[in-house]
Ligand binder design. Structure first.
Ligand code: 5RP
Length: 232
């Protein structure tokens, strides 16, 4: 029986092999944040001479990549990115995700928006029928905390300040419990529209293109229609 950490390592190794099929010597790779991504960084590091550099979505990933000899460049230096690899807190079969458990959602969304392809790497505990059991992180400008929380309550959620946590952008996170998210893209747009919200941890307006999902049986691919599940 593989532990959750072993499942994360397996999917990260599969993602590194997949990434190598997308990257050229001059390519820049987009890299997300989290414990699964830490495993991905470890798995791709031995192949760092097969791509030019990475763009990072957090100080945490930047530090880990630099320690392992991966060159990290600023997004402003990059025109083109074939691939972005990141984890998720939940993903549904339509490839909509909740992200931001690690608090890096805004930079993740920015880097992902530049990439041609978003590959989500998860263990199967993260695959859900309906998003919302995991509290939805919303990055918020500190002076707007109270008014944003009020608006989130009007949308049916129960926002809690992530105590003692400041994002890489100097902002706060409200974790919103109690949402059963049946129309993820619509809810993402509504939350994005609240003044004071920096970004919301729903990745639905632009979701993942491919998910690699690890389970006791191995790593499988899940495509956008959610029904096309293959062993890899
Ligand atoms: C960080 C994220 C992570 O991808 C998400 O929280 C999953 O993390 P982990 O791989 O540690 O379970 O969105 O902001």
């Amino acid at each position: 029986m593989l532990t959750q950490d072993e499942l994360k390592r397996k999917v990260a190794e599969a993602a590194a092999q997949y990434a190598l099929t997308c990257l050229q010597k001059d390519s820049v790779l987009g890299v997300g944040t989290g414990s699964t991504v830490d495993c991905f960084i470890d798995a791709i590091a031995p192949f760092r001479d097969q791509f030019r550099a990475a763009v990072s979505s957090s100080e945490r990933s930047t530090q880990r990549m630099r320690q392992l000899g991966i060159q990290v460049v600023d997004l402003n230096e990059v025109d083109d990115m074939p691939l972005y690899v990141d984890g998720a807190d939940e993903i549904d079969r339509g490839m909509n995700m909740i992200k931001g458990g690690g608090g890096a959602l805004t930079r993740e969304k920015i880097v992902a928006s530049v990439a041609q392809r978003f590959v989500c790497i998860v263990d199967e505990s993260k695959v859900v029928d309906t998003l919302g059991r995991f509290p939805l992180p919303v990055e918020t400008i500190p002076m707007a905390r109270r008014v944003v929380a009020k608006r989130l309550r009007e949308l049916g959620g129960d926002p809690q300040l992530r105590e003692g946590f400041i994002t890489d952008n100097g902002c706060e996170i409200l974790d919103v419990a109690g949402l059963r998210i049946t129309s993820p893209a619509e809810l993402e747009a509504r939350i994005n529209d609240i003044p004071g919200v920096v970004s919301c941890g729903l990745f639905a307006i632009s979701g993942a293109d491919l998910a690699l999902v690890s389970s006791q049986e191995g790593v499988r691919r899940m495509d956008r229609d959610g029904t096309h599940i293959q062993d890899i």
